[in-house]
Write a new protein. Sequence first.
Length: 284
Amino acid sequence: MLITRRSFIKKMLYSVLGFLGLSGGGYYYARYIEPDMLTTQQYTWKHPKIPEAFNQIKIVQFSDIHLGFHYSIDQFHNLIQKIKQEEADLILFTGDLVDEPQKYHFNAKIPSLLNELDAPLGKYWIYGNHDHGGYGTEKLQEVMSNGGFTLLKNEVKEITITDSSIMLAGLDDIMLGSPNIGGTLNQLKENIFSIVLVHEPDIADRVKDYHADVQLSGHSHGGQVRIPLLGSMITPPYAEKYVDGKHLISDTLTLYISRGVGTTRMPYRFLCRPEYTVYTMQSN
Ligand SMILES: [Fe+2]
């Protein structure tokens, strides 16, 4: 019998969990408990290029929801309520709203929930590989736009408070989109604080060649299942080098990777809780 990739991964997971003595209880935890243990990651950006007008500006990043793959509208509703409570100035979504757009039954609740989010400096999003996969490109654009989110597809926006600005760039998905890295990031300026949104974290090794100060990514799900000593069980392409958390890529670029909210391929999380991220800007 042919062993599919999914069943191979499952078998490997079961054997590792078994090896560690995490039988029934551990499986139940990874399948039903941890995937729902949403947590908040907090970072402060203190940087000489952050203008005084942006001091204490709060940014929320959420990523990788994968609606439809063991992730319901009710869970999405709870996520949106939590993000609302943050009262962020700027809200950023870094891709993968739906797991399989061609099979998913979209309903009007998604844009209306997205519309509940309010951020005075704007709500922006970029494509992830699952958004483009299975002819989801146009559908996702419609849903996100109806939810009040502006797509950054190889685009740069200037975010301004009174006379001061920062730059926000978004790249199209690296795996299934048409990313224009040079054409987009060449617009960034050395003296203006710049945030780059790109779904796949490993592309940071190219982003560092431009005037970018921070890169925000998702895609990895933090590995989703992390076994002590063995590390992450699943690292998708372009999330093999940088999997989770904060990485100093160069003298100027810092990469932050969200573990994301949902799951894909396997409905488990282990030592890798779902999260959204809050960044607070600090001028010197
Ligand atoms: Fe994802």
